[in-house]
Design a protein around this ligand. Structure first.
Ligand code: F6P
Length: 541
C-alpha cells in the first residue's frame, strides 16, 4: 500500500473545503450538529461535532475503513488469528475481560483460575486476612514493573481511588534510577509490605534490578529470613521458571500469556494491584466495562462506532491535515496519569514505519500523543493550542459528577472544559476584540495594536468524551475504547500494532556501554560523543 491508496483526492478536497469553511460556520449551518455528530456506548458519550466533518466527508472516511476491510480485521482479532505477524502471536487481551462463555475454549480454564486467585487475594486483603510473616496484616503493596507492567496498573489504581475497598497504600516502582526504589522502601515496613513483581518476560533490566533491591532490603530488615519471602513477594509473568529461580514460591506465581501484549496487560494478573485496590467486585466491573466496549466495537455500525470514528478522525488529522501531535486533556483529576499510560499504548503500538509486509510507509502513522489534566493545562500549554502555529486536535474527557464534590467546584471544572473546546472552535476575531476594547473605553490606537495579539483564530478541532462518573466500569470502557481506536488505525495504516522492535536496540547498546564503563580500555570502539560522556562519568561518579 502507498499513500495514493488512502490519501485520496476527493478526501483532500473535503479537507480543503471544510477547513476553509470553518468549524464555526459548520455549526451555524446545522443547528442539529451535535445530534448528527455524537454517539454513545451505554452512558459514555462521544461528541465529535467540533471536527472538520460533515455527512459526506464522514462517509468518505468510513469508506477508507471499508476499503481496509476493518470489519474482517476486527473479527480476526477477537477470533484469535495470529495478527501479530512479526512475533507470530494471537492478540487476545479481549478474552481476559470476556464472560466465560465468550472466552476461547483453549484459554477459558487458565483465565478463570487466575482471575479467581486474584479475587481470593483481594478478598483477604479487604478483610485484613492477608498477613505477613510475623502475622501482621498487609497494609502496603509495592508494584515493581515497567512499561505495560507499570503504567496501566499505576494509572488505574490512582484513577480509582474513590472505589478502593481498603485503606491499603499502593506504591509503584518502575525506573532503574535507584532514587525511586529507595524512596518507596523508605516508606515501607517489612512486616506489612507485599511486593508484586510484574514482568511479562521476567528479563527486564529495570524490574529485575528493583526486585533484587527489594528482596535484599527485605532480607536485611528481617535478619536474612529467606522463609519469610513467601509471605511478602508475589510475581506475575509468562516466564514462571525465571520467577521461581528468583525465589518466588510456586503458590505465589500468577501466570500470563504471550497472547497478551505488555501494554494491553492490565486486564491480566499484571493488574493484580488494581484488583487488590478496588476488590474483586470492582475489578469485575472494570473487566465488564472493557467487555461492553468490545461489544460496541464488534457490533455497532461504523458510523456510530466510537473507536472507529475516533480512529478515522485521528487518521484525518495525521495524514490529511499533517498534524504531528494530538493531545488528551482530562478534566478529571482521577485521570491525571491517563496521558502517560496512553503514550505507551498508542506510541509503542503505532509508532511504526514499515507495513505488515515489511514495505516502508510513505504516509504518517501514529501521532505524538501528549496531554495533561485540566484546568492545570490551561495555565501551561493551552496558549500554544489557541494561538500557536501548530494545529493540535484535542480529546477532552470529563465526568458529569465528581466523586469528591466540594462546593461548586465540579461545575466550574465542567464549564472550563466546555469553554476550552468552544474557544478552540470559535476563536475571537480581531474585529470582535477591537469592538470590545473600544466599548470598554480603550484608546483606539492601542486597541488596534493589541487586537492583533489578542485575536484567536479558532477553527481548532476537538472531541469530547463524557461519562457520568469515573467508576471501574467507565475506566474499563475508556481504556478498551483507546485500545480499539489504536487497532483500527493500524488496520487502515496496514501496520502491526502489537510488536515493539524499536525499543530493542537501546536495550542492547546499554549493555555494551555498561561493559565499556567497567572496562574503559574498550572505550576506543565507541563514537567520540559516547567516549567523551563516559570520560566525564568516570571522572565524576
Ligand atoms: O518497553 C518495552 C517493553 O517490552 C514494553 O512493551 C513492556 O511493557 C515493558 O518493556 C516491560 O516488559 P516486561 O513486562 O516483560 O518486563
Amino acid at each position: 500500500m502507498t499513500s495514493t491508496d488512502f490519501i485520496l483526492p476527493h478526501l483532500t478536497q473535503h479537507k480543503d473545503r471544510l477547513y476553509a469553511k470553518g468549524l464555526k460556520a459548520l455549526f451555524a449551518d446545522d443547528p442539529m450538529r451535535f445530534d448528527h455528530f455524537s454517539t454513545r456506548c451505554g452512558d459514555l458519550l462521544l461528541d465529535y461535532s467540533k471536527n472538520f466533518i460533515d455527512a459526506e466527508s464522514r462517509q468518505a472516511l468510513l469508506d477508507l475503513a471499508k476499503k481496509a476491510d476493518l470489519g474482517r480485521h476486527i473479527d480476526a482479532m477477537f477470533k484469535g488469528e495470529y495478527i501479530n505477524n512479526t512475533e507470530n502471536r494471537q492478540v487476545l487481551h479481549t478474552a481476559l475481560r470476556a464472560k466465560p462463555d465468550n472466552i476461547p475454549q483453549d484459554y477459558r480454564h487458565q483465565i478463570e483460575t487466575t482471575k479467581q486467585k486474584m479475587f481470593s487475594y483481594a478478598r483477604q486483603l479487604e478483610q485484613s486476612q492477608l498477613k505477613g510473616a510475623t502475622g501482621k496484616a498487609i497494609n502496603t503493596v509495592v508494584n515493581i514493573g515497567v512499561g505495560g507492567s507499570d503504567l496501566g496498573p499505576n494509572m488505574a489504581v490512582n484513577a480509582l481511588k474513590a472505589s478502593h475497598s481498603s485503606p491499603t497504600r499502593f506504591l509503584f516502582v518502575s525506573n532503574i534510577d535507584p532514587v525511586q526504589i529507595s524512596r518507596a522502601l523508605d516508606q515501607c515496613d517489612p512486616e506489612t509490605t507485599l511486593f508484586i513483581i510484574c514482568s511479562k518476560t521476567f528479563t527486564t533490566l529495570e524490574t529485575l534490578a528493583n526486585a533484587h533491591a527489594a528482596r535484599q532490603w527485605f532480607l536485611d530488615k528481617t535478619g536474612g529470613d529467606e522463609s519469610a519471602i513467601q509471605h511478602h513477594f508475589l510475581a506475575v509473568s509468562t516466564n514462571l521458571e525465571a520467577a521461581a529461580e528468583f525465589g518466588i514460591p510456586e503458590q505465589n506465581l500468577f501466570p500470563m500469556w504471550d497472547w497478551v501484549g505488555g501494554r494491553y496487560s492490565l486486564w491480566s494478573a499484571i493488574g493484580l494491584s488494581i484488583c487488590l485496590a478496588v476488590g474483586a467486585e470492582g475489578f469485575q466491573a472494570f473487566l465488564d466495562g472493557g467487555e461492553a466496549m468490545d461489544d460496541h466495537f464488534k457490533n455497532t455500525p461504523f458510523d456510530q462506532n466510537i473507536p472507529v470514528l475516533m480512529a478515522l478522525l485521528g487518521i484525518w488529522y495525521s495524514d490529511y491535515f499533517q498534524c504531528q501531535s494530538q493531545a488528551l486533556i482530562s478534566y478529571d483529576q482521577n485521570l491525571e496519569q491517563f496521558p502517560d499510560y496512553l503514550q505507551q499504548l498508542d506510541m509503542e503500538s503505532n509508532g511504526k514505519s514499515v507495513q505488515k509486509s515489511g514495505s516502508p510507509v510513505d504516509y504518517a502513522t501514529g501521532a505524538i500523543l501528549w496531554g495533561g489534566v485540566g484546568t492545570n493545562t490551561q495555565h501551561s500549554f493551552h496558549q500554544l493550542i489557541h494561538q500557536g502555529s501548530h494545529l493540535i486536535p484535542v480529546d477532552f474527557l470529563v465526568a458529569a459528577q465528581s466523586n469528591c464534590p466540594v462546593a461548586n467546584q465540579h461545575q466550574d471544572l465542567f464549564s472550563n472544559c466546555l469553554a476550552q473546546s468552544q474557544a478552540m472552535m470559535q476563536g475571537r476575531s480581531e474585529q470582535e476584540v477591537l469592538e470590545e476594547m473600544l466599548s470598554n473605553g480603550s484608546d483606539e490606537e492601542q486597541a488596534r495594536f493589541l487586537a492583533k495579539h489578542r485575536a484567536i483564530a479558532g477553527n481548532k478541532p476537538s472531541n469530547t468524551l463524557m461519562y457520568k462518573q469515573l467508576t471501574p466500569f467507565v475506566l474499563g470502557q475508556l481504556i478498551a475504547l483507546y485500545e480499539h481506536k489504536i487497532y483500527a488505525q493500524s488496520v487502515v495504516w496496514n501496520i502491526n500494532a502489537f510488536d515493539q522492535w524499536g525499543v530493542e536496540l537501546g536495550k542492547q547498546l546499554s549493555k555494551t556501554i555498561s561493559s565499556v564503563i567497567s572496562n574503559p580500555e574498550q572505550a576506543s570502539q565507541q563514537d567520540s560523543s559516547t567516549q567523551g560522556l563516559i570520560q566525564y562519568y568516570l571522572k565524576n561518579r
